[in-house]
Write a new protein. Sequence first.
Length: 509
Amino acid sequence: MKSSKSKISGFMVVLALSSAIAYGQQKQEQKSTITVLPPTPNTPQQPAPPQQPAPAGQPAPAGQPAQPGQAAQPAAAAVPPGCPPQPATQKKEIKDQAEYNTYVNALGQANPGTKAQTLEQFLLQYPNTVVKDDALEALMGAYQQANDATKMQDAANRLLQVNPNAVRALALMAYTKRAAIEGTPNAATIQNDSQQLLQYGQKGLAALQCFPKPAGTPDAEFETQKKQMAAIFNGAAGSGALNQKDFANAQKYFTEAVQLDPNSLNDVYGAALAYLTPPIGGNPPAYNPIGLWYAARAVALGKGNVQLDKYGHYKYLKYHGADPTDDHWKDLVAQAATQTAPPAGFTVPPAPTPAQQAAKLAQTKDPKTMDFADLETVFGNAEPAVSQQVLTAIKGVPMQPFAAVVMQASPTQLSVAATQDAIEQKRPDVIVNMVAPIPAKLLPKVGSQTGLTGSVESFTVGQAANPNDPNAVKPVVITMTEGKLVRTAPEPAPKKAPARKGHAATRHQ
């Protein structure tokens, strides 16, 4: 998921001090939840210090490499039917006594830093050892215990070069890659990063199908581990797909992630975006109201977080309509707080058409109290005579101060985005001709928010994105005169011009 989604401002990787690799979910203003990656077992189990070499032909105990002169016995890990043999289940025999002793010594170190150092020395001294993948997984765990995230990721990458299906390494890389993208995104690389994230998630899900159960692990515990990692992989794949505007896959993966962990705010919000973001005419078509349930669930999980609530409410009004007497958004949030999945047959009645809304606004609201979203609804959708009547009522009348985002600026004219639609789409919808040139030191910068006032003079209506759709919203640009800068102004109301039934707006920035 792109970080520009007014979502969660960053990730924090929590490195547990036990044998588990713990991950922190995204943090925003609201409280975060913690997802714990299943424990990484000491793989292979640390063998007992060799006493005397066993007689030739005697098998080594299961789950540890054979000493020189011993016959290797298959590990007891269970491989799912139909899957190829896994490295962790292969017969492994260290034939050199010095190599065996070095490996046993490294595994036996109690201090994580010392253990990591001795494992690195072992891998450097024996680069082709038969237990290379086991040593790298143990190294990954040692760096985790030492709270060294960078070297832990490096060990995971090295393990994946030896065993591309190493499930825990894939889970680690999927999580940390997603954390980096969503926490500190790089606009120049986000598409490539997102493709890699999608691949980590997809490869992890495939590898998880053949993940062998470690010897001695209870079935219930193993299934819990797999479920936790499946949630990580689905969330990563969903995030990667969403950033690439692959909405169908984003919906699929996020829906699965939420089914696995209904309390994951990160994935619930991702599901909302996956269903509410697709553009008009997109594939899948915009927009599925099931996303409104996920948005409401995100607000409930976020303990009423203002940003999440503002986004969800705005999308609700966009789809359902802005009639204050028929606004049940708070009821939907309360309902979602008590449920872990959308109820069967969930739907939200769609809004009236833009023409219907424009006619109702013109009939029921005093033009002098209309904001820009109201005016654009009327000017872009009402009958010409109605639009002209509203314009006549407000022409030359100073508007209340308003806040807007500057798109273009000159001393005599500002082009600004004054509605949520325009701000989100980064397009000017109001042109303000200033009553006097703005001094250079006061000229607002492009992209900044400024306070303005002025009088509406005229408007123009552009062509809809889909001219063959009678209900498509037409872009409106309002021209004002007598413009003045003001020091303070209220925040723009989170209102947008209505879209026809089933249409979604551009993704929330």
